[in-house]
Design a protein. Structure first.
Length: 320
């Protein structure tokens, strides 16, 4: 599926860096979101593109190129000219590559240059309202009494929710069967119907379930309670120290993109992360803005890949 939107740029610009003999950028940039329009990655990608366009003083055209778990769109960026005029906006699942998509045609670390992390969405653990217990401790205790009776829903292989669910089971010692879905919508439907009993996913989708009373919120993985649901405790408060797993989002360019272009884009993203309009819009989506530049973002990704591939391996997960 392909869709594109033209985002205008006006207002202040950063000091231009020389690239390819001219000031960069001197023509419109395309930003590829490798998922269909309307999802969380698309929503944040469009907000990011809009604000980055203003900082760069150049138009950014958002293209939606979905399919094959995001690999078609990402591979389009990999094969693009490394001149800074084709960028990728993607979510954390991207960096696991062949560990979650067997036919992945690229190395998500070696075939791309990291520009900046744009934001993160902490997760919420929710339970079907029919599960015994009133909070995290009593619910886990009730499930531990009859573990074969309960099922843990997973929205997609290798997602932040999948990783966090595996880590929760490891930390608590619960031996629950898991059901892997192809997306959040079917997993949520089965949680509400009672076909599965626990579900953990970014709070952009799970908080409304908890705040509306359709599911029971047991914990959030943020370091502090969210103002959107202040009664739900943090993972640290329920006894899970350093359990701060989030779904996160970032910007990449093809391997070989010149340093001057990467620096220009990174400077623009640093300004975006502090932009009042960006902060206001991301807050409504439940996104926590971040400001990791190229070096810090690369180091963060390295840690994420090492930790998460080990969890998948230990759980016996086989990529599709």
């Amino acid at each position: 599926m392909k869709r594109r939107t033209l985002l205008g740029a006006a207002g202040a610009t950063l000091v231009a860096a020389p690239a390819l003999g001219q000031a960069y950028p001197n023509k419109p940039i395309r930003m590829i979101v490798p998922y269909p329009p309307g999802g969380g990655t698309d929503g944040l990608g469009r907000i990011t593109a809009e604000r980055l366009a203003e900082k760069l003083g150049q138009q950014i055209v958002v293209h939606n190129i979905g399919g094959a778990s995001g690999t078609i769109g990402a591979d389009t960026v990999r094969r693009a000219d490394p001149d800074g005029y084709t960028l990728l906006f993607n979510a954390s699942l991207f960096v696991l590559g062949k560990h979650v998509v067997a036919a992945c045609p690229y190395d998500p670390v070696g075939d791309f240059r990291q520009i900046a992390q744009a934001g993160e969405a902490p997760l919420v653990l929710v339970a079907n309202t029919g599960v015994p217990g009133g909070d995290f401790k009593t619910t886990m205790a009730a499930i531990a009494q009859e573990p074969k009776k309960y099922f843990f829903g997973l929205s997609s292989g290798g997602s932040a929710g999948h990783i966090a669910s595996l880590e929760l089971l490891r930390r608590t010692g619960l031996k629950l069967d898991t059901i892997l879905y192809k997306g959040t919508a079917p997993a949520t439907a089965d949680l509400l119907s009672g076909a599965v009993h626990l579900f953990m996913d970014p709070w952009t989708t799970t908080l409304p379930l908890a705040t509306s009373g359709r599911a029971r919120g047991l914990m959030v993985t943020s370091r502090e309670r969210t103002k959107l649901a202040p009664d739900i405790p943090t993972s640290a408060e329920v006894g899970l120290a350093d359990f701060n797993i989030s779904s996160w989002y970032g910007v990449w360019a093809p391997k070989g993109t010149p340093d001057a272009v990467v620096d220009r884009l990174a400077a623009g993203m640093a300004e975006v992360s502090k932009d009042p309009a960006f902060l206001a819009k991301t807050t409504t989506l439940g996104i926590v803005p971040t400001a990791r530049g190229p070096a810090e973002f690369a180091a963060f990704i390295k840690r994420e890949v090492e930790t998460n591939t080990a969890l998948l391996r230990d759980a016996g997960y086989k990529p599709e």
